[in-house]
Structure formats: C-alpha cells, structure tokens
Design a protein around this ligand. Structure first.
Ligand code: AMP
Length: 286
C-alpha cells in the first residue's frame, strides 16, 4: 500500500485540503506539536487514528510561548526526520507553517486563561500559557478539527486548553492521552536530547520521585511531608536543581492541604539539569 501524506506550509492550502476531507464526511483529528517527534507524539497520532478518518498534525515552534531567555532559538528541529515519522504513524496532512505565515503582523490578541495558567509552569514561565492558548485557538480556527489530542505530559497545558474550549464554546473535543515514557521511566520529551549522559541518568529521579509520592500517599503520609521527601530525593542527584515540586487539585490546580477521598490530585515537578528544564507529573485519585 502506498501511504500518502501531504505537507503544506500555508493556512489557505491547509484549509482547502481539510475542507475537502470534511466534505467527504471524514472526521478530522488534530495533533498539534512543536516537532522533533518521539513516541509520545506518535501515540497521539495513534489515538487520533482510532476515532478519526483524517489526521492533521501541525509542527510549529511557537515563539509566543517562549520567554526572552528561553530556548526558542535552540529548540531541536529536524523536519526531514519528522516528516518520515509522521508519515509512517499515519498522519494524512502535515501542517508546517513558518512564523511569518502564522504571525505576518504583530499579534494584538491574546487568549488568557485565568487561575489555571497561574501556578506551576505559569509561575516560572510568565506569559507561557497565554502563548499556548493563543496559538492553540488559532490552530483550531485554521484546522477546525472535530477532536484534538493532547498529552498528559503537559497536564497544565491540557487543563488550560480544556478550560479555554469550555469557556469559549470551541466546538472541538479535547482528548487527553497518557504519558509515554522511556524504559527507565523518563517521560519522553524533545528536550531530552539536550541532556549529557550524566544528566540523562540522573533525570530518572523525576519518575522515581513521582512513583514514591504515590506510594507515600497510599500510606497516608501528609501532602506537605510528601513534597518535602520528593524534594530531598531529587536534590540527592547532584546535577538536579528544583524549579518546583507541587501537589494541587486537578484540573483546577488549586492548593490542597489534606487529601480528601475521591479527589483528583496532581503531583507536578519541574527540574533543571544544566540548561535543560524537564517537567513531569502524575495524576492520582485519592
Ligand atoms: P510538544 O511538541 O512538546 O509541544 O508536544 C506536543 C504534544 O505531544 C503535546 O500534547 C504534548 O503533551 C504531547 N507529548 C509530549 N511528550 C509526550 C509524552 N512523553 N507522552 C505523551 N504525550 C506527549
């Protein structure tokens, strides 16, 4: 079988091809990414294929969601490789706009989701989730998918997008997908390529600390004590520098002192290894 995947860099051409698929009665699935694809991204495509007839993936490193001292310029990019991975995963249409195509003029409109955007990465990356919400709503307007697929890896992003879609009655079904991990537990991330061998080895502490947190929760250890023990575990790795270790309610991301039965909580962390900032999380129902 010859698998065909089309790649388009313009909004007009993307709209034309998606429109054609829609007129054929196809259900449109959408997987937004920043590229440098790995199995985490491809699991979203797989999930999309299960329920949709036409899968659109975007690859766009969105400058709006990077702070001035962040890694926009050195974010890993390899379109050639991505194209092949997307094609073999079953993407029908790959949207690869340039920054000029997406933002030909200064952007004066910002989508800002209050509260949910504020803690965790919202604190360490001011403006980040405004950039995310704005580009995702724009991409939704361009692609007009029936369903869009997001990884739990970026659990706060998922909460922000779900809130935006609900608040603004955006007619897109948001489908959360589980975190895909390396065999040693490290959550897959495009940024993992930055890690030196020592950093890569020590980075396994993120998942180890999350699993421990879950075990401690089950033993009835108080949440504050769990956070403290997680932080101790992480700082025992000499190259790790904690940005945050937090436990909040999910998906509203409000503070929680004592876990109550039936409540959904998120253990979330961001840790720097050298210049590389990694995030991971675990959702638990008490
Ligand atoms: P990114 O290219 O990092 O912006 O990610 C694009 C999408 O892939 C987002 O919905 C991410 O949450 C998702 N994603 C990234 N890494 C993983 C992973 N390890 N497991 C599951 N989904 C992921």
């Amino acid at each position: 079988m010859i698998e065909r995947m089309l790649q388009v860099p313009t909004i007009a051409e993307l709209r034309r091809l998606v429109g054609e698929a829609r007129r054929q009665g196809k259900r449109i699935g959408f997987v937004p990414t920043m590229g440098y694809l790995h199995d985490g991204h491809l699991s979203l495509v797989k999930k999309a294929r299960e329920t949709c007839d036409f899968v659109v993936m975007s690859i766009f490193v969105n400058p709006l969601q990077f702070g001035p001292n962040e890694d926009f310029d050195r974010y890993p990019r390899d379109l050639e490789r991505d194209r092949e991975l997307a094609r073999s995963a079953g993407v029908d249409l790959l949207f690869t706009p340039s920054v000029e195509e997406m933002y030909p003029r200064q952007v004066l409109t910002t989508v800002s989701v209050a509260q949910v955007s504020e803690p965790l990465c919202g604190q360490s990356r001011p403006g980040h989730f405004d950039g995310v919400a704005t580009v995702v709503l724009k991409l939704f307007q361009i692609v007009q998918p029936d369903a869009a697929f997001f990884g739990q890896k970026d659990a706060q992003q998922l909460a922000v997008i779900s809130q935006m879609v609900e608040d603004l009655s955006v007619p897109v079904q948001i489908v959360p997908c589980p975190i895909v991990r390396e065999p040693d537990g490290l959550a897959m991330s495009s940024r993992n390529v930055y890690l030196s061998p020592e950093e890569r080895q020590q980075a396994t502490v993120l998942y180890r600390s999350l699993k421990q947190a879950d075990a401690w929760l089950k033993e009835g250890v108080p949440l504050d004590e769990i956070k403290q023990r997680m932080a101790e575990m992480i700082t025992a790795e000499p190259l790790a520098e904690i940005d945050y270790v937090e436990v909040l309610t999910y998906p509203r991301l409000t503070p929680v002192d004592t876990a109550s039965p039936g409540q959904q909580l998120i253990f979330a962390l961001a840790v720097r290894f050298g210049r590389t900032r990694l995030i991971d999380n675990m959702l638990v129902t008490v």
